[in-house]
Design a protein around this ligand. Structure first.
Ligand code: 2M8
Length: 422
């Protein structure tokens, strides 16, 4: 399908309007700070028309990096009252203030894609030389503090870390978190920006906020939380994105002679085995895992296809995944719904329980394309572009009607449109 050229300037204008002087907010009001994986995709979008600004996005993201290497999921560069929970509730004493959890670590892959697209390779090399040690420190943190027993799977401590906040995959694991009876009172801000039928339930928010109190009581001690946190899952979104990011970090290390290949190759061997242990032969899909019970979480979600993006799946498993997605395609108009549309938990308009997300589509399409399934990759790309062209640059989209949902003028949706327009 041909790109409608007219939407390229509109997508660029969205990034410019959401620019707060070096970092880009996902959308005004609803999300007024810098988010980790949003920043990665947004940098890729900026790369299409302003390379210096693209690299600056990552520089500002790393202003939030902790001394232990952790890259937080939100950097609160400046105070804003339109979002909750803000820096006061997180209670992290550093400048700039940040949250205390992470998100899908797309940065190393984004840096590689940016280098491959760079029209100014001198600037790219200069930026990579300064970013590389910080990304390495971040990945070492994952290994040291979130996989201390070298299982090959990262322990995730909050649904927000997975990026897919209210995915049905987390229902039971989150349900087992007892709401803190002394939870300090709070007022949600998200439902003042977006129709509540498109957002998580109150019972989920009470548990999201309870987990913050757990971290604060533990002094943010990761090794303790990996043992004791009441919410502990292995998330395909985190594990597959991290595996791919480590492949790309290894590639950067080789290319620039940083000399870390052996260490990274060791991580990759463990995570390849970890991810492949999540395969379910009967379902023809990968499932997330509840690390408190050790049991698979048997609900198909869009992340179930990400071992293709990681590159860990065998050709046979890739073929099965194709068949599974073709079956999903028979039930929706637009790919890829965030939950299996035949699942009783599928909700077409509620956030991560059914809608289509452009950024996840980008990763899944790349995965199918690299396994030789160009037709499916093209279908996912075309659906994504068509959604933007008919509904605008929404946060997410209804997989049956194509209606735009959640926040509008959304940075990462515009960025994916730009990345796919070349
Ligand atoms: C959503 O998550 C935030 C919390 O991190 C929220 O709802 O308040 C998710 O879609 C997440 O994946 C995304 O990074 C963030 C900003 O777009 O919004």
């Amino acid at each position: 399908m041909q790109i409608q050229e007219s939407l390229v300037p509109e997508a660029q204008q969205i990034l410019q309007a959401n620019d707060r002087g070096g970092f880009t907010v996902p959308t005004a009001g609803l999300y007024p700070f810098q988010w980790l994986w949003d920043a990665g995709f947004t940098a890729l979008g900026w790369m299409q028309f302003d390379e210096a600004r693209a690299w600056q996005e990552l520089d500002l993201l790393f202003q939030g990096q902790w001394s232990n290497g952790m890259l937080p999921h939100i950097v609160f560069h400046r105070p804003e009252a339109t979002y909750f929970p803000g820096p006061e509730r997180w209670g992290v004493a550093r400048t700039p203030p940040t949250s205390a959890i992470t998100q899908p670590p797309v940065v190393a892959s984004v840096v590689r894609w940016m280098l491959e697209r760079a029209r100014n390779p001198v600037l790219a090399e200069e930026k990579i030389r300064s970013l590389y040690p910080r990304i390495l420190a971040y990945h070492r943190w994952f290994k040291r503090e979130r996989d201390p027993h070298n299982t090959g799977l990262v322990t995730v401590l909050h649904p927000w870390e997975t990026g897919a906040d209210n995915s049905p995959a987390w229902d039971e694991a989150l349900g087992r978190v007892t709401v803190d009876p002394d939870l300090p009172p709070y007022t949600r801000r998200d439902t003042s920006h977006v129709d509540p039928s498109q957002r998580p339930h109150q019972s989920e928010y009470d548990r999201f906020l309870t987990l913050l109190e757990v971290y604060k009581r533990a002094g943010f001690d990761q090794l303790r939380l990996v043992r004791e946190c009441p919410f502990r899952v292995a998330s395909l979104l985190i594990d597959c994105v991290l595996h791919r990011a480590n492949r790309d970090l290894l590639w950067l290390s080789e290319r620039f002679g940083f000399g870390d290949e052996a260490e990274i190759a060791g991580w990759l061997e463990a995570s390849r085995q970890g991810i492949e242990s999540l395969w379910d032969e009967g379902a023809g899909l990968y499932f997330n895992r509840d690390l408190r019970t050790g049991q698979p979480i048997r609900v198909g979600v869009s992340a179930s296809f990400l071992p293709l993006f990681a590159g860990t799946a065998s050709p046979e498993r890739a073929r099965r995944l194709l068949g599974t997605l073709e079956a999903w395609a028979g039930r929706v108009r637009y790919l890829v719904p965030s939950t299996d549309p035949s699942s009783p938990r599928f909700e077409a308009q509620r956030y991560w329980r059914g809608p289509v997300w452009a950024v996840v589509n980008y990763l899944i399409a790349l995965g199918f394309s690299e396994y030789g399934y160009g037709e499916m990759a093209g279908r996912i790309r075309q659906d994504t572009l068509e959604l933007c062209e008919t509904a605008g640059f929404s946060e997410y989209f209804h997989p049956l009607t194509g209606q735009g949902l959640g926040g509008g003028s959304f940075s990462w949706t515009a960025a994916i449109y730009l990345a796919w327009s070349q």
